[in-house]
Design a protein. Sequence first.
Length: 404
Amino acid sequence: MREKEQKVGKLEQLQDNYVLKTYANYPGVMFAKGKGVKLWDSDGRKYLDFASGISVCNLGHCHPSVTAAIRKQASKLVHVSNLYLNEKQPELAAKIVSNSFDGMVFFCNSGAEANEGQIKLARKRGNSCGRNKIIVMQESFHGRTLATLAATGRSKYREGFQPDMPGFIHVPFNDLQALAAAAADPAVCAVLLEPIQGEGGIVPAKEEYLNSVRQLCDDLDILLLFDEVQCGMGRTGRYFAWQNYGIEPDAFSLAKALGNGFPIGAFVVKRKHCSVLGPGTHASTFGGTPLACAAACAVFDAIESEDVLENCLKQSEYLFAGLRDIASSVGGIKEVRGKGLMIGLEMEVPAGELRKLAAEKGLLVLTAGENVLRLLPPLVIEKKHCDKALSILRVCLSNMRSGV
Ligand SMILES: Cc1ncc(COP(=O)(O)O)c(C=O)c1O
């Protein structure tokens, strides 16, 4: 035990000395091992993970077939550059397209990079007729690069990095009138939004709103771009959150759960817009390596063969019912909202405090927005995991309410 403590202490010291402090690390915890819905810290303490690395490990930790695919490909070929064909990239592109719409895919490494690509797509198309402004949403989050920061509605992320990259118009989410007024600007070439805002506090787009936005974009011949980085890859019970709405975007981004933890991002473009980004207009050294694509192919295969989407919907129904019961019997919760296993609890008590108490009892959850507790469990959870999480949340919230 003492040896372990010393080892963790030494690692904390190295982290402190040598890793830039851009993250508020959770103090005193280092995770050493993960399997499915569970994580173990360096003391061997077990946690139920209802965060999934922020919607990344949607199939749970170290999913056996994803791990096997990574192992197999790593011993065969890791990288060749996009100057050459590799055997996994076209296979993955075909899987993404067959589960979304007829189009083509560009591969990259992260959510921000995928959104950058969508922004470039919109500008390249728009600039050919003098249009280059993109309408984006207040409270949105699109990444930490300069363009995606400028697109991000949550202003705290932009603080200190001014000047903002020009060309973005921020409007309130779910407000069609505000969007239509902004779209009257003839320089507008696209609308970019998250079908369900994640960092903004788990706020789904209203169905009527999204349908009207689609119509408006068609009427004005501007692109509708969706950011599916957090809400995609099965999180809402469909492959992509937009599939819940009966409309299609012109392009969408994905990352996070695409590789179940192996870094890979992508954006997908409708076939009618595919000639906009031709040879030489966009590139990424590590985009779509055989290794990353092998991991993501295994993710798609597991989603299919293990009925992950069906399970997501089933467990979602159970969790929502349990959470609503806590809200009515314990109180302290203003609203339970979201879709599938992307769940937000708008709290009347401090969400950060509840998160901390839950972690002490072995349940990892997240916060988002102003005062929202965010649950993003792996899509492979079972009823017994939901029961455990609900019981921990009930106890913690009751204790908070009674001042224990
Ligand atoms: C909706 C959304 N878009 C983009 C990003 C940025 O992704 P990455 O951190 O992989 O660049 C995130 C990350 O949380 C996100 O939630």
